[in-house]
Design a protein around this ligand. Structure first.
Ligand code: GLP
Length: 258
């Protein structure tokens, strides 16, 4: 794993945007795996800026989102569909037919999940997957005890995740209890992965994912098995890492650190 530590959240977002831009420059028809949450907001903002000011082109790009709440319509302001259109898709030139987001309102989830997995494969797999991390160490909505080989499916959200995400809803009771999510196994098939984290409340999850034992109780720790994963974190999110000095020493010597 590569670990990049930036002074602040802006640095984290710009560094991640450089990784995305490099991917698109070398493969204009890349398949991107996208995440929601507050963490990637700065990244999306920077990608929109690069599109508008530097001509970063998304016209051949395909995207697959990680997850979606079950029971929220696409127009619900807290749905991940809504989030993605508001924060990225409305502002860049990804063809609409190339955008895939799990459905939170299908009448056949099993068939949908199978189809979603198939579409990823038919599109050649995900070239670059962007991830955030939950405060309990989850990736996408793969809550503690999710199989590290899991595929796209419905998951029941953990109490901690519901509490964390309640800030976006009027009350905790309104947070959906179920979500449709790519599995850990699905995510591990991405060719390259970047995980972003900022803030003190992510520090323990980041340390457990990078330095702890690999365990289904911290699903981000499964990334230890992946051949090309980069953690891009701010100083607060890096603050519980035992080997921080070592990672920074390596980062200084990295020829192409983003
Ligand atoms: C949700 C999403 C995850 C995201 C996490 C952290 O659980 N399913 O993909 O990483 O929230 O969100 P935030 O970035 O808002 O802390």
């Amino acid at each position: 794993m590569e670990i990049i530590v930036k002074d602040n959240v802006e640095g984290m977002s710009k560094s991640a945007a450089r990784v995305v831009a490099r991917t698109l420059n070398s493969k204009p028809d890349a398949v991107l795996g996208l995440a929601t949450g507050s963490t990637p907001l700065g990244l999306y903002k920077e990608l929109v800026r690069m599109h508008e000011q530097e001509g970063l082109d998304f016209s051949q790009v395909t995207t697959f989102n990680l997850d979606e709440y079950v029971g929220l319509t696409q127009k619900h302001t807290q749905s991940y569909h809504y989030f993605m259109y508001e924060n990225l898709f409305k502002h860049v030139n990804i063809p609409n037919q190339n955008i895939y987001i799990p459905s939170g309102s299908t009448d056949n989830y099993e068939a949908f999940c199978k189809w979603y997995e198939q579409r990823i494969v038919e599109c050649g797999g995900i070239d670059l997957q962007i991830l955030g991390i939950g405060s309990d160490g989850h990736i996408a909505f793969n809550e503690p005890s999710s199989s590290l080989g899991s595929r796209t499916r419905i998951k029941t959200l953990a109490k901690q995740t519901i509490d964390d995400n309640a800030r976006f809803f009027d009350s905790p009771e309104e947070v959906p209890v179920y979500a449709i999510t790519m599995g850990v196994g699905t995510i591990l098939e991405a060719h390259k992965i970047i995980l972003l984290a900022n803030g003190k409340n992510k520090a323990d999850a980041v340390a457990a994912a990078i330095e702890g034992p690999m365990t289904s109780m911290i699903t981000a720790s499964a990334l230890q098995l992946h051949r090309d994963t980069m953690f891009i974190v701010d100083r607060d999110a890096a603050s519980s890492l035992d080997m921080l000095d070592y990672y920074e020493w390596i980062q200084d010597k990295m020829p192409n650190a983003p």
